[in-house]
Design a protein around this ligand. Structure first.
Ligand code: DOR
Length: 449
């Protein structure tokens, strides 16, 4: 039995911040109102620091197997640990793609050997793997690329989509960009080498058409559905009436970058869905603050700088973000744009509830001790060559942020500490998903069963 006492911290609870001490025992939170004389094997003085629930990033691309030149589960999970991310849900567009139960189990085996943090893997939909999707279990859900992106996963025929929504019960999430709109725009702009045209090809219309179509499928089939990386303010009205089955996510680059940034950053911010306008940045912030959007994720999608430096459209879409996402949001808290409780809700509690992760996402007695200690008064500058992600660059290179993680704990175990580095021996665990809990709208409290 290992007891750790985190003394004198500011604990970021679900709806308040409490000054006090936290005790973990054998990987779980056992006390959040402890005195300073609690018997413990280890005592950590957290004076002047905050403790948040570890970040749960529900959309990442970690490239293993098959694309390990860009990233692998070791480098990516180290980047997670250094960024305060204690769990990730990884997308199926690896090589081979994870479109069978066996394929998902293979990824879990690699993660068990390599991952520093907790992990889960989506199963990918194809036009003809519905029976595999229907039998899958122990996964967060099904990923559908309704619009194509990196890799060749695509399901955009109505009949195939209807079958997936009708014949499966796992939660579904989707990349929503309308394939015919994108193709028509690409034809119109054929021959362009201007990366800014990426946002004209993958335009607002493409996003709105596909999200409308996906939300309609979810409503008609009453199927649990999560809209990934909403990129336009115009999609928000589709999501404003909370339905028990409907949730949505925004990624950080859609909050922080817009088309004016192509001149400065070029293909570093080439993403699918594309980044949009300044008005969209503002609208998406509003959507988060008002609760229309529940989750903030990264879509961490590393490519090498060499690949990125090819002329558009050969330059691939995707950017790395997992190790800076929390710091970017802590900086926004320091700037007065949002609160620490909101950040914890968007980045930890909401994804845990949406994907039925038992005992995750909160600082509460009985929850797992997946925690991040942060110093809101520390400033650091993001530098390409200091990134742990294998691709070793960041679109935020050169930006100075206030508020950084200083230590990350997974199951009560310190996996990364700013002063001492990584614990190279520890491995994270496979996440458990209890979809019978009913998703975000049915799990406002309690740790589930
Ligand atoms: O820009 C993107 N890149 N968007 C995605 O949805 C996939 C990702 C990747 O895997 O490279």
């Amino acid at each position: 039995m290992t007891r750790i006492l985190f003394q004198n911290a500011n604990l970021v609870l679900a709806d308040s911040i409490r000054e006090g001490s936290l005790v973990t025992e054998d990987g779980k939170i056992v006390d959040i109102d402890a005195g300073s004389h609690v018997q413990a094997d280890e005592v950590l003085d957290c004076q002047g620091h905050h403790i948040l629930p570890g970040v749960i990033d529900d959309q990442v691309h970690f490239r293993e197997p098959g694309l390990t030149k860009k990233e692998d589960l070791e480098t990516a999970s180290r980047a997670c640990a250094a960024g305060g991310v204690t769990a990730f849900l990884e997308m199926p567009n690896t090589k081979p793609p994870a479109i069978t139960i066996e394929g998902v189990r293979e990824k879990e085996k690699i993660a068990a050997r390599k991952s520093r943090v907790n992990y889960g893997f989506y199963i990918g939909a194809t036009p003809d793997n519905v029976s595999e999707l229907a039998q899958a279990s122990e996964v967060p859900g099904i990923k559908i690329f309704i619009g194509s992106s990196t890799g060749n996963l695509l399901v955009d025929q109505q009949e195939a989509l209807e079958r997936i929504f009708a014949e499966t019960t796992l939660p579904i999430c989707a990349h929503c960009e309308d394939e015919s709109t994108v193709r028509a725009n690409a034809e119109r702009l054929a021959g362009t080498t201007n990366v800014a045209d990426h946002s004209r090809i993958r335009d607002e219309n493409a996003a709105v058409i596909a999200t409308t179509r996906a939300v309609d499928l979810a409503r008609r089939h009453q199927h649990r559905f999560h809209v990934l990386h909403v990129s336009t303010a115009a999609e928000l009205p589709l999501l404003t009436h909370p339905a028990p089955y409907l949730t949505a996510e925004i990624c950080l680059h859609h909050l922080f970058f817009n088309i004016d940034d192509y001149a400065r950053l070029g293909s570093r911010i080439q993403m699918n869905p594309s980044i949009k306008t300044k008005a969209d940045n503002e609208g998406l912030w509003q959507g988060l603050l008002e609760g229309t959007i529940q989750v903030l994720a990264t879509d961490h999608a590393p490519h090498t700088l060499e690949e990125k430096s090819q002329p558009y459209p050969q330059s691939p879409s995707g950017l790395p973000a997992v190790e800076n996402s929390l710091a970017l949001m802590l900086d926004q808290v320091n700037a007065g744009r949002c609160t620490l409780n909101q950040v914890a809700s968007w980045m930890s509690d909401a994804p845990a509830r949406i994907w039925g992760m038992v005992g995750k996402g909160r600082i509460e007695i009985g929850y797992d001790a997946d925690l991040v200690v942060v110093n809101m008064d520390e400033s650091r500058t993001i530098r390409d060559d200091q990134q742990h992600s294998k691709c070793r660059w960041s679109p935020w290179d050169g930006e100075t942020l206030w508020g950084w993680p200083t230590a990350t704990f997974v199951g009560g175990h310190c996996v990364w500490n700013q002063a001492t580095g990584f614990d190279e021996t520890f491995r994270g665990s496979k996440l458990r998903f209890d979809h019978s809990r009913g998703g975000f709208w049915n799990t406002s409290d309690g740790i589930g069963t």
